[in-house]
Design a protein around this ligand. Structure first.
Ligand SMILES: [Zn+2]
Ligand SMILES: [Zn+2]
Length: 315
């Protein structure tokens, strides 16, 4: 008697806007989103404790954008943070996305109005790393027809890394939906593995002595600095000599050191709360050698290279 993923999704897309006008508590479609769709997803993923699947049609009243999320327990236990896969229904009911997306709630608390910038930069960075190949996938922002700026729906739009869109009335057959889901789970896993490798480098040691919140902010800071597009611009504009100690990798190491320098983000995401995060490659970044970069993070002059130089760099 159980329905497959396609039938479950069609029911959601076809009837949500109508059901949304009815009483929320005990509504069958709301239960369908909480139970049947997650069951379909679980069945496709097989016995796999790694993934936590949850659907929501809203808390005490209908959500504008109902969702079914798939979380890797090694990354996050809540859709409020980290990154995850999620089915998102457009607010106007015109279609459904399957999206590799970012947790927005915690970031919103941290960055306030700058959160959309942060989400987009992070998404672009992930896209550059992942280079997902799927003929129907969309890289970057999606359109959930979200009516309110800063709402959850709006933030999901900016947080999208890779997505697939299923238009109402043109939802592909069940095997295609299953294929897409499995491809996205593979992509998600690849991202999780990448993430732990790239975060493992210096961060653990640098994080020692920081509380959880500052540790998270430090990781954010590093993620911004690792954005390849931005870092390239910074280096092109500011050159390859350390702005604190003058170290020049090419001079020291020859050919292999050519073009090597680190971009350091000056807007202290890491220290100040709620301030607008800047991404100007000239104003908001500085170039530092690896040693100075690690040292400046140990001081109170994260945003002031000149002061760092005056206080700490012994010539
Ligand atoms: Zn240096
Ligand atoms: Zn830095």
């Amino acid at each position: 008697m159980s329905v497959n993923l396609k039938e479950s999704i069609v029911l959601l897309v076809e009837t949500y806007l109508v059901e949304k006008t009815k009483y929320f508590t005990g509504n069958d479609l709301a239960n369908h989103i909480r139970n049947a769709i997650p069951d379909n997803v679980r069945e496709i993923l097989g016995e796999n404790d790694r993934y936590y699947v949850k659907g929501s049609a809203g808390q005490s009243d209908w959500a504008n954008v109902p969702w079914v999320s798939i979380l890797d327990r090694t990354v996050t236990t809540s859709p409020q943070n980290g990154f995850y896969l999620v089915y998102l229904l457009r607010e106007d009911g015109a279609g459904l996305y399957l999206s590799l997306n970012q947790g927005v709630t915690n970031l919103k608390e941290k960055y306030g109005r700058s959160v959309t910038d942060v989400l987009r930069v992070r998404a672009a960075d992930f896209i550059a790393q992942l280079k997902f190949q799927h003929k129907d996938s969309i890289a970057g922002p999606i359109d959930l027809a979200s009516s309110k700026k800063g709402s959850l729906g709006d933030l999901y739009q900016h947080g999208a890394i890779y997505s697939i869109y299923y238009e109402k009335g043109k939802i592909p057959d069940n095997s295609q939906l299953e294929y897409d889901l499995v491809s996205f789970v593979d992509l998600y896993l690849k991202m999780v593995v990448n993430q732990s490798v790239s975060d493992g480098s210096n961060v653990e040691e640098d994080e020692a002595g920081l509380d959880v919140e500052d540790g998270t902010k430090l990781r954010e800071h590093k993620r911004i600095e690792r954005n390849q597009t931005l870092a390239k611009k910074v280096k092109k504009l500011q050159g390859y000599k350390c702005s604190a100690c003058g170290f020049d990798f090419e001079q020291k190491y020859g050919e292999i050191g050519k073009g090597f320098i680190e971009a350091h983000h000056l807007t202290p995401v890491y220290k100040i709360k709620g301030k607008k995060v800047g991404f100007d490659p000239l104003k908001d970044f500085s170039v530092l050698c690896s040693n100075c970069h690690r040292m400046i993070h140990k001081t109170q002059f994260i945003d002031k290279v000149e002061e760092f130089k005056a206080h700490y760099v012994i010539e």
